[in-house]
Ligand binder design. Structure first.
Ligand code: JFZ
Length: 344
């Protein structure tokens, strides 16, 4: 473990990318803003749309231009990031790779493998690559926990159109899809799981230990976060974004993920990474103008580095894969600071 953590502990700064079907919708539903702030990657849930309606409206707006991935990788590199973590699948369930186990994926819809494009682009810039993967999946008809209970389903207004669901079949799907991701794209440096809710604990809900063991088997050097679990032993106490505590038994993951904040005294004795947005949303919104200043972002990077953590700073590209100008400017400013002050 010490060996595989080495590069990550020195990396300090990574780029997070939230990008998927929701990106083209840009925070808009039926010509109205879904909200001024907050996670627009949750758009489907926020408007309570079933998957068919959501996909029908979102797909025509999701049109990645050729070369979008190279521009992300160059941006990350110039900012001084050492790694890039991107959403292979978010909670809506749309997979960016070419998956054999679903047609709700980029392979089926666009005849492209966007995971391969992004991985290749990162490698070309010498960046380490991480896969964010959501265990929540609103589109899967056997996914029965938490939010999907509250989503309508096509042709039936009842939450459980088919009676009791077989959660085991969803878990099988999850395992198969993750297996594709760790088998077909060469070395994967990070598996960034997201996330197990309070009312179900990782192992029973996801067969998490099996899931992690298979990933580790295919990718011996991979580093995984703690979000398959929601228990104190895995660094979670209570609910909410402030809930990280400095303990992590390595069977639950390699690092802890404080969200949108820097723990006041760091998290002594454990590896940790703060993930953060530059405005208030992870997935792109054309309405969110609450940008943190470049100075504030640089100070946060210094604060985190001085406390022994890593900073995973998010961009939310548009449906065509282009990056908002506000994000490009901020990353450029951070890159200028890193050129002077960072280690090479
Ligand atoms: C999750 C996602 O729901 C969100 O869309 C984004 O991807 C973010 C990085 O991760 O958000 C969470 C997950 C867990 C907590 C809070 C936000 N939590 O446990 O407090």
């Amino acid at each position: 473990r010490e060996e595989r953590m080495e590069w990550w502990r020195e990396a300090r700064f990574g780029m997070f990318v939230h990008w998927g079907l929701y990106s083209g919708l840009a925070g808009t539903w039926e010509n109205k803003p879904v909200g001024e702030e907050g996670g627009m990657e949750w758009l489907q849930f926020r408007v309570r749309a079933d998957t068919d309606t959501y996909a029908e409206r979102a797909m025509p707006l999701f049109k990645p231009t050729p070369g979008f991935a190279q521009s992300w990788a160059k941006l990350a590199k110039q900012a001084g990031c050492r790694y890039l973590v991107f959403t292979t699948k978010h909670h809506d369930g749309f997979a960016l790779h070419d998956s054999a186990v679903t047609e709700f994926d980029a392979g089926s819809v666009l005849n492209r493998d966007l995971v391969r494009e992004i991985v290749d682009a990162c490698r070309a810039e010498g960046l380490r690559v991480g896969f964010y993967h959501s265990v929540i999946d609103w589109h899967h008809d056997q996914y029965c926990y938490l939010e999907s209970k509250q989503l309508p389903h096509p042709g039936n207004s009842k939450p459980y159109p088919n009676g009791e669901r077989d959660h085991g079949r969803y878990v099988e799907y999850l395992h198969e899809q993750v297996d594709e991701l760790v088998s077909n794209y060469g070395p994967v440096d990070i598996l960034w799981w997201d996330y197990s809710g309070v009312d179900f604990q990782g192992d029973e809900a996801w067969r998490a230990f099996d899931l992690m063991a298979n990933v580790r088997d295919k990718q011996p050097q991979v580093i995984m976060n703690n979000r398959l679990f929601r228990i104190p032993e895995a660094g979670w106490k209570g609910q909410g974004m402030q809930a990280s505590i400095p303990q992590l038994d390595s069977q639950y993951g390699d690092f802890i993920t404080p969200e949108q904040h820097v723990p006041e005294n760091g998290l002594p004795g454990v590896d940790w990474e703060t993930c953060m947005t530059m405005n208030t949303t992870w997935g792109y919104s054309r309405y969110d103008a609450q940008w943190k200043s470049p100075e504030k972002l640089i100070r946060t990077l210094i604060d985190i580095a001085s406390k022994g953590g890593n900073y995973l700073l998010n961009i939310g590209p548009l449906g065509d894969g282009s990056v908002p100008a506000e994000s490009v400017e901020r990353l450029a400013a951070m890159g200028r600071w890193m050129d002077v002050n960072g280690e090479s």
